[in-house]
Design a protein around this ligand. Structure first.
Ligand SMILES: Cc1cc2nc3c(=O)[nH]c(=O)nc-3n(C[C@H](O)[C@H](O)[C@H](O)COP(=O)(O)O)c2cc1C
Length: 310
């Protein structure tokens, strides 16, 4: 189910996924205004102080609007030197949604629930999803094969099928190669409550990355996406044009260990995209993209309801 605090606040049951060096206040504000929950990784700002400045800026720009709530993403792990400071700030500023990766504890979910916030946890395995549910998260993000960033290896139908009974009345969010409203409708029909959309939002003026990176998104196809743990120690979807040695075929490695610390330097010239990159053919303002996703989603639902009536 969609959490009560999100009911009536989303035009599409979707979040714009947190993306390292891509998501910032402009993308968050425009997606939230477009009825899609906008998020960013706290590490997209260099210090806790500048992270706090973004929180203040986003709140100010969204106040008095009927925008969707926003969220931030944090790695809950000892390799994240910012964890304690960013967590304290997120709780103090009552960030509506905390997206957690790598780990999650009951203390954190209790602290977020105390002010009415939500916690969604990224999971690439059933074991990680169960651990997160035990820590009382509000939702599990099923990060499937073909997702951008540190992706999973499971087929979405298989993963949704196993997670749905475990997640029960909590929120099940599907991530991986979802880039249009038809795919959102498909995910919901397959048992998800919401979706998480990353790669499609890179190709927006609000995305903080370079024009060269956006151009590569437009020009790339599924054949260019390599799944490898050689970049960060964790399996990730990488555009092969940005790797130093040639890759011919996607390498299925199937690991999800906690690897090297994520560093801006590492990701400056090595770019990630999900397998849905081949269907991204234009750079669109985020507001327009949200409208397009909403229209496609509604049209897809109508098509299905016509089939159901027949
Ligand atoms: C360029 C890029 C950077 C990403 N950075 C992060 C990140 O910093 N933290 C995170 O939790 N997920 C990150 N992700 C993963 C997304 O949050 C999300 O799971 C994924 O983009 C969904 O798949 P899709 O890109 O196929 O839509 C990133 C994805 C991309 C494409």
């Amino acid at each position: 189910m969609i959490p009560e605090s999100l009911i009536g606040r989303l035009k599409v049951p979707a979040m714009a996924a947190p993306m390292f060096l891509v998501s910032g206040p402009d993308l968050v504000v425009e997606t939230c205004k477009g009825g899609i929950l906008g998020t960013f990784p706290t590490l997209n700002q260099r210090t806790p102080e500048s992270y706090e400045a973004w929180l203040v800026d986003i709140r100010k720009r969204l106040s008095g609007t009927d925008a969707a709530p926003f969220g931030v993403q944090m790695g809950i792990h000892r390799t994240n030197p910012r964890m304690a400071a960013d967590l304290e700030l997120s709780i103090r500023h009552q960030v509506p949604l905390l997206v957690t990766t790598l780990g999650i504890t009951r203390e954190i979910t209790d602290a977020v629930h105390a002010y009415g916030g939500l916690v969604f946890h990224d999971a690439t395995t059933v074991k990680h999803a169960v651990k997160a549910l035990e820590a009382n998260v509000d939702g599990v993000i099923a990060v499937c094969a073909g997702a951008g960033g540190h992706s999973g290896t499971y087929n979405p139908f298989a993963f949704l099928g196993e997670l749905r009974p475990l997640v029960g009345d909590k929120t099940l969010i599907l991530a991986g190669s979802i880039g249009n409203g038809q795919a959102v409708a498909g995910a919901i029909a397959a048992g998800a409550d919401m979706v998480s959309i990353g790669t499609r939002f890179i190709a927006t003026p609000e995305g903080m990355c370079s024009d060269a990176q956006k151009l590569m998104i437009l020009e790339s196809t599924v054949q260019d996406v390599v799944y490898t743990d050689e970049v960060s120690g964790i399996g990730a979807s990488i555009l092969r044009q940005t790797l130093s040695r040639p890759y011919d075929a996607p390498a299925q490695i199937g690991r999800f260990d906690v690897g090297k610390e994520i560093s801006p330097k590492l990701w400056k010239n090595i770019w990630s995209a999900g397998q849905g990159v081949g269907a991204v053919n234009d750079v669109l303002p985020a507001a327009e993209l949200c409208r397009r996703l909403r229209d496609e989603y509604r049209a897809a639902l109508e098509r299905v309801s016509v089939l159901a009536a027949a």
